[in-house]
Ligand binder design. Structure first.
Ligand SMILES: [Zn+2]
Length: 293
């Protein structure tokens, strides 16, 4: 499932095609995504201009000239692809790729920029919703989300306060979207390794009894930000390397320190540890039992 850095990479890939452009035509091939698309979906988009493309946790938010906001979520297997009307057929490889995926292109945006943006989702756990900007604060999909991990407001004090009294593991706390938004299994494992903190540690141990942050909370917040920023940077360079305005999703595996590396050497300098896999709350956790304490 895409996590915050992948969604941010998609946002950056879509921005040149969508920001400032008008929805010239919208095609819906399948409206039964995770939830059915609203009946007036096309009408509320066609003719409207995208005035900004933002992100909140794993949601993309396209601000429209009408005062509506188009909310988009990739779900488990969703991806956006950007094509140029004029260029598609000249490039065999791109064309082939387009053909291959076309049966799962549920929603297609023809933008006034000349870009064709397709939303492809074989498993249909993705979703789109249109919400008036003024009602966004009450939107249930967003209103319960915790702080943005890359926002200035997210610091050790905030994370410690959210973990105070929590008897769950630190790993479970990081996956709780009310504690911090947008982090999933992969980056939770990676951040904990970078912070040299055990995923099994009780969450409340990063705060004093009164809820003040200790040095572990400082380290964990720094690690979360570093892990996410590195992944966004890798996503950005992968977008550039493809030399196409393509929001194709991909994890940047060469950057993983513990995730999916069971049995391999720990990369912490001078640590003799071997990466171990355990199951926590039904999901795999990868960590080093030597240096993560
Ligand atoms: Zn280690």
């Amino acid at each position: 499932m895409p996590e915050l850095p992948e969604v941010e990479t998609v946002r950056r890939g879509l921005e040149p095609a969508m920001d400032g452009a008008r929805f010239a035509k919208v095609d819906v091939h399948r409206g039964d995504l995770r939830w059915p698309l609203p009946k007036d979906f096309k009408e509320r988009l066609q003719g409207k201009t995208v005035t900004g493309l933002g992100r909140r946790a794993k949601y993309l938010l396209a601000d429209l000239s009408s005062g509506d906001v188009l909310l988009m979520h990739l779900g488990m297997s969703g991806s956006f692809h950007v094509f140029r009307e004029a260029g598609v057929k000249k490039l065999a490889r791109f064309y082939h790729e387009r053909e291959k995926h076309a049966t799962h292109d549920h929603v297609v945006f023809h933008m006034s920029s000349g870009a064709v943006v397709t939303f492809n989702d074989p498993r249909r756990f993705g979703s789109m919703k249109i919400v008036p900007r003024g009602k966004l604060d009450y939107e249930p999909l967003l209103s319960r989300l915790g702080p943005e991990p890359l926002g200035n407001a997210f610091d050790a004090a905030m994370l410690a306060a959210a973990c105070t009294g929590k008897k769950t593991s630190l790993k479970a706390a990081l996956l709780d979207q009310r504690v911090v938004a947008g982090i999933g299994n992969i980056y939770a494992c990676e951040a904990l390794h970078r912070a040299l903190l055990s995923p099994k540690r009780i969450a409340s141990t990063i705060a004093s009894k009164s809820g003040a942050p200790n040095e572990r909370a400082e380290r964990l917040v720094d690690s979360i930000k570093a892990v996410l920023n590195d992944a966004i940077k890798a996503g950005g360079s992968s977008l550039r390397d493809h030399k196409r305005p393509d929001g194709d999703l991909g994890y940047f595996q060469h950057h993983f320190r513990v995730y999916d590396r069971e049995g391999e050497r720990c990369v912490t300098p001078r640590c003799p540890g071997i990466v171990k896999r355990i199951v926590q709350n039904g999901r795999s956790t990868f960590y080093c039992p030597i240096c993560q304490k």
